[in-house]
Design a protein around this ligand. Structure first.
Ligand SMILES: Nc1nc2c(ncn2[C@@H]2O[C@H](COP(=O)(O)OP(=O)(O)O)[C@@H](O)[C@H]2O)c(=O)[nH]1
Ligand SMILES: [Mg+2]
Length: 237
């Protein structure tokens, strides 16, 4: 049984001052709205409705924490970040999202790795690359789940994975000091509905939370304004 199975909703925050304090580690899930983030958290935790708390109106722009428990002992957290890519959000909302997420990714010491969910039919977008670029300077690991791969046939799956890996390699070439020595930057196919790739993703998350030595890079610079003019894309599923 995975250590993720006893996850429970823990708290929701809209301000970095309110993040849980203490020594426990956390892994963040990021991705476009509708990419399949909540479904991935649910299936990895072997639960049906855990992460749909984030769909509650008013909470979609919040950071949602799920506590991982062994009986009553709290062991760590999974963190559901607010999704991005809505066409309809106003400037104020986008500014809030932008500073909340970029500051969180770049400054949160308890954060030990980022799972980035990317719809395998859509591939990597500019906003996904922005997330990677924010997180890269921390030296912490990044793992991509190419979600909804049940919608693709075998050869489409292979091509998608290859294209994403190629793009990651290009990014690595174009960004200075990226990846840092030993910095994990990996991708896999994933399907919540068909339960594809669960074991591989679970292993990575558990390793980051409970086994791996932490990576920390004090020189990470906040980069709050980069996304303000970034294009948004219309919502579709
Ligand atoms: N076919 C398929 N649909 C999925 C999968 N994961 C999520 N979805 C659907 O995609 C939509 C968005 O999923 P959700 O998890 O709420 O995305 P979020 O906005 O990123 O949290 C929902 O209608 C899900 O049922 C998957 O693995 N396969
Ligand atoms: Mg969600």
């Amino acid at each position: 049984m995975s250590k993720l199975f006893q996850a429970r909703f823990f708290t929701t925050v809209n301000n970095l001052d309110c993040l849980p304090q203490g020594p426990l580690r956390e892994v963040a899930f990021a991705g476009r709205s509708n990419a399949g983030k909540s479904s991935a958290i649910n299936v990895l935790c072997n639960q049906k409705r855990l992460a749909f708390a984030s769909k509650t109106p008013g909470r979609t722009q919040h950071i949602n924490y799920f506590g991982l428990f062994a009986k009553e002992d709290l062991l760590g957290y999974l963190v559901d970040l607010p999704g991005y890519g809505y066409a309809a959000v106003n400037h104020e909302t986008r500014y809030h999202w932008n500073s909340l997420v970029s500051d969180y990714l770049q400054q949160r010491n308890a954060l030990v790795g980022m799972i980035l969910i990317i719809d395998s039919r859509r591939g990597m977008t500019d906003l996904d690359e922005q997330m990677i670029q924010w997180f890269v300077p921390t030296g912490k690991p990044i793992h991509l789940l190419l979600s909804k791969c049940d919608k693709l046939n075998k050869s489409e799956c292979r091509h998608t994975l290859e294209a994403v890996e190629k793009r990651l390699a290009e990014l690595a070439d174009s960004v200075a000091n990226f990846p840092a020595p030993n910095q994990q930057l990996s991708a896999q196919l994933f399907s919540s509905t068909k339960r594809v790739g669960l074991e591989e993703a679970d292993k990575i998350i558990i390793n980051w939370l409970f086994d791996a030595p932490t990576q920390r890079n004090a020189s990470a610079q906040p980069n709050v304004l980069t996304l303000l003019n970034a294009p948004t894309q219309t919502e579709e599923n």
